[in-house]
Design a protein around this ligand. Structure first.
Ligand SMILES: [Zn+2]
Length: 392
């Protein structure tokens, strides 16, 4: 099967790479992915997918086969904006290919992988590798600002119930076993407003918050001392409200970026937040982010995104290792991502076995002069095509 996969993908290589380049040329910042989504849907139809769905959130899902075992490939089709275009040596939306590198915003993160999965779906069908399976190729929206929410809605709203999910974020063809969780907390201290000339008549919310901030800093320092994989907590923003610059502030808010290790959940971190504010007239909550997708659907992200990790001896991991070994004649390397992905939804919230494998370079994500190595796209396509064969 390796020879057939290699031959079939190689034969369509130019078409695959020009599709990846075309996707880079289409601007698709978060919540504005319509053109990219429609372009992906057109390509899927052209490649003879069994079904192509654009769901109510605006995700595009291509379906191959109708067997009982379900495998979903996810790539987000949105990307961060370019606000430093003068610093780019190549046009960030030029889709230029120079020396085996596809340049542009979203090339590594993650239109190279998206193109590879779209073509892999077609190859799987062509080679009959969908026997007994349903393959979903999902290009999800809103990942950059609403981690996991696009994929979560794609799976839940459309009743996809996949048995396995492959997150195709950049790994430079290594296997990613998971990543830390991420949450945003907001703490508010209430004070009492008074004239600035008579501070003793009020309660300064910022002074109260200053003591909480000392606790946050101490906790963050304690976490930094831990060995191995560790949680972290950092203050990322502070705001206060006063009726004027001559008044004692009546409220103060801080925002905390909290990274979680496996096993930490909303209840365990809640105890930590309670301890941070104990003794003060303060409240805390998980910060929610609301937005509207390009398709007009309201989305609300509850910003507590759990850590996840798949075991090395899991059937999905072993299937990936075997497919990789068969294709490339050596052992794959395994690691964990430094960033958060849509795996927070599939693995973290829905408990679906999830793994990472993608074209492109993790550290290129959101960077000036982002590029994706062209051979990564071709090889990722081969890997995605062969993977179902090793999941039976
Ligand atoms: Zn990404």
């Amino acid at each position: 099967m390796k020879a057939q996969v290699t031959e079939t993908v190689n034969a369509l290589q130019d078409q695959l790479i020009s599709f990846a380049s075309e996707l880079v040329k289409i601007k698709s910042p978060t919540c504005h992915e319509e053109e990219a989504v429609k372009r992906v849907a057109d390509e899927m139809r052209k490649l003879n997918y069994d079904q192509v769905i654009i769901d109510k959130v605006g995700n595009v899902i291509g379906v191959i086969g109708n067997g009982p075992e379900k495998l979903l490939f996810d790539s987000h089709i949105d990307n961060v904006a370019v606000n430093d275009s003068k610093a780019w040596e190549k046009d960030p939306y030029g889709g230029l290919i120079i020396d085996e590198k596809l340049y542009g915003r979203g090339s590594s993160d993650m239109k190279g992988s998206a193109a590879a999965t779209v073509y892999a779906g077609a190859m799987i069908k062509k080679l009959g590798l969908d026997k007994g399976k349903t393959i979903y190729v999902c290009c999800s929206v809103m990942e950059e600002d609403y981690d996991g929410e696009g994929l979560y809605r794609a799976i839940v709203d459309n009743n996809l119930s996949p048995d396995y999910v492959v997150i195709c974020e950049p790994t430079h063809l290594q296997i990613s076993l998971g990543h830390l969780g991420r949450a945003i907390y907001k703490i508010t201290v209430e004070g009492v407003s008074a004239h600035g000339a008579a501070p003793e008549k009020g309660v300064n919310a910022v002074y109260g918050m200053a003591k909480i901030i000392e606790r946050v800093e101490a906790l963050g320092n304690r976490y930094m001392q831990l060995e191995g994989e560790r949680p972290s907590i950092a203050l990322t923003k502070i705001e206060s409200e006063a009726v004027s610059l001559n008044a004692i502030p009546q409220t103060c808010h801080i925002y905390l970026d909290r990274r979680m290790t496996l096993g930490e959940n909303e209840e365990t971190v809640a105890m930590e937040m309670d301890a941070l504010i104990a003794g003060f007239d303060a409240t805390w909550k998980v910060h929610d982010v609301a937005g509207t997708s390009w398709a007009g659907e309201k989305v609300n992200l509850h910003s507590f995104l759990p850590a996840w990790e798949i075991e090395k001896d899991h059937k999905l991991t072993q299937g990936c290792v075997t497919a990789y070994r068969d294709l490339f004649d050596h052992e794959p390397s395994m690691y964990k991502w430094n960033f958060s992905t849509n795996g927070v939804a599939s693995a973290g919230k829905l408990g679906i076995p999830t793994i990472g494998f993608g074209a492109g370079i993790e550290k290129m994500a959101h960077m000036t002069n982002e590029y994706c190595p062209v051979p990564d796209i071709v090889n990722a396509c081969k890997f995605y095509t062969l993977l179902p064969r090793y999941l039976s």
